[in-house]
Unconditional design. Structure first.
Length: 166
């Protein structure tokens, strides 16, 4: 590669686990890794359109995803193909690990949605979390997950607190 040509971004596979099984795996461009936070960018990895009622994820959408090795959540900025911000989808997860070209996170069922204008903050899937049995199997992880959801919600309501990617 010549000095004048831009380098291709490094690719990683994002692997989202749920209950010990691979829920989804997709390729992403590694944007940064500062040793604590890993940031990747990827197109919508789902099949077709996914309409949640409060937001639609669709082919062409671009996700800039922030994962931490020391936090129990990830924050995914969602934009249309044209660059319009839709909002932020946050997964409550165990801290991420990066092994070679594989970024692995374990989904703990809880989620948070913050609209682009910050006026809509929705806690999601609390019923799934309660039914998962995590509180009985791993009380420490369940407590950390619930605390992470509370932390993200508080940041979303705090002026200047959102998004928490610094």
């Amino acid at each position: 590669m010549s000095a004048n040509s831009p380098e291709s971004p490094q690719r990683v596979d994002v692997v989202l686990l749920k209950a010990g099984r691979t829920k989804i795996r997709y390729a992403a461009d590694l944007l940064t890794d500062d040793g604590t936070r890993v940031t990747v960018r990827a197109p919508w990895a789902g099949d077709g359109v996914r309409d949640f009622g409060f937001v639609r994820f669709e082919p062409g959408d671009v996700f800039t995803e922030h994962y931490w090795r020391d936090r129990w959540y990830s924050v995914k900025e969602v934009r249309t193909a044209g660059g319009t911000l839709k909002g932020w989808y946050c997964d409550i997860t165990r801290p991420a690990t990066l092994h070679g070209a594989e970024l692995v996170v374990e989904d703990l069922d809880l989620d948070l949605w913050v609209s682009a204008d910050g006026t809509r903050v929705l806690r999601l899937d609390e019923d799934e979390f309660a039914e998962s049995g995590l509180a009985e199997r791993d009380p420490r992880a369940a407590s950390a997950a619930a605390g992470a959801l509370d932390e993200l919600e508080a940041l979303a309501h705090r002026p200047g607190g959102w998004p928490p990617v610094s």
